[in-house]
Design a protein around this ligand. Structure first.
Ligand SMILES: O=C[C@H](O)[C@H](O)[C@H](O)COP(=O)(O)O
Length: 249
């Protein structure tokens, strides 16, 4: 094992904990302001949402809140179950009051890149059924233009048999490079909760009309959903390094 010098370890730890506390303060603010008694809440996916679920559980216990939670992924479902929160689904509750979710990047128009953790499809479905989508994130996710901060590309969920023609079509239509996302602890590609593959579209131009791009991407046969969330989010809370929370509408 490679040894990390002590001074680097403490710097690494300091950076990680600053980000975590930024995620936590954004999550607490969103849950406190957007969840009341009898709220049906969509639970997003990723590392920031963990703090939102913790806060939901605290409030359910201390305020005896009656809420219903709809997960957006296997991870979200597990979090809800672990915290003993009431779980439901779109069959029983097709209309939600609010969905609280993270994002990989948020631009100045509240256009989002989502799907860094591969959960974009169910996230977009649940968000589309919610009166409001509230984004929680740390300060590194806040940017002017998509691609300023997030360099891993725009995730696109595709039917496995079509990944090569879809990759070629996107590169021909829009340029950039499209990569099949490979798994880290499994041989082969990442397989989503829905049994699909993820393509990451990297090195794209930044001055696109994202609504137009999203429509064109969605029309390619085999594209199941894109990680572009346009005109869906109502508000974003960014936890800052100084402990405060910035709001963007
Ligand atoms: O697929 C993952 C989701 O879209 C997440 O909401 C997104 O990746 C942000 O996750 P995190 O809160 O871990 O940065």
């Amino acid at each position: 094992m490679k040894l990390v010098p002590l001074f680097m370890r403490s710097r690494l730890f300091a950076t990680m904990s600053a980000l975590d506390s930024a995620k936590k303060s954004a999550a607490i603010k969103a849950v406190d302001l957007h969840v009341q008694n009898n709220t049906v809440v969509g639970v997003g996916s990723g590392s920031t949402v963990v703090y939102a679920v913790e806060r939901l559980a605290e409030r359910v216990k201390s305020e005896k809140l009656n809420i219903q939670c709809i997960p957006t992924s296997f991870q979200a479902r597990q979090l809800i179950i672990q915290h003993r929160l009431p779980i439901t689904d779109l069959e029983v509750n097709p209309k939600l009051d609010v969905c609280i979710d993270g994002a990989d990047e948020v631009d100045c128009n509240l256009t989002l890149i989502k799907g860094g953790g591969g959960c974009l499809l169910q996230e977009k479905i649940v968000a589309s059924c919610s009166k409001e989508l509230i984004i929680i994130a740390d300060y590194t996710k806040n940017s002017q233009k998509l691609g300023d901060q997030y360099k891993k590309g725009i995730p696109i969920e595709v039917v496995p048999m079509a990944y090569v023609p879809i990759k070629t079509q996107i590169e021909n239509l829009f340029g950039g490079t499209v990569e099949l996302r490979m798994a880290k602890a499994k041989a082969g590609p990442v397989v989503t909760d829905n049994g699909n593959f993820i393509l990451d579209w990297k090195n794209f131009q930044q001055d696109y009309d994202w609504e137009d791009v999203n429509k064109k991407l969605s029309l390619i046969p085999g594209v199941v959903e894109t990680g572009l969330f346009i005109k869906i989010a109502k508000k974003a809370y960014f936890g800052l390094a100084d402990g405060s929370v910035k709001e963007q509408v």
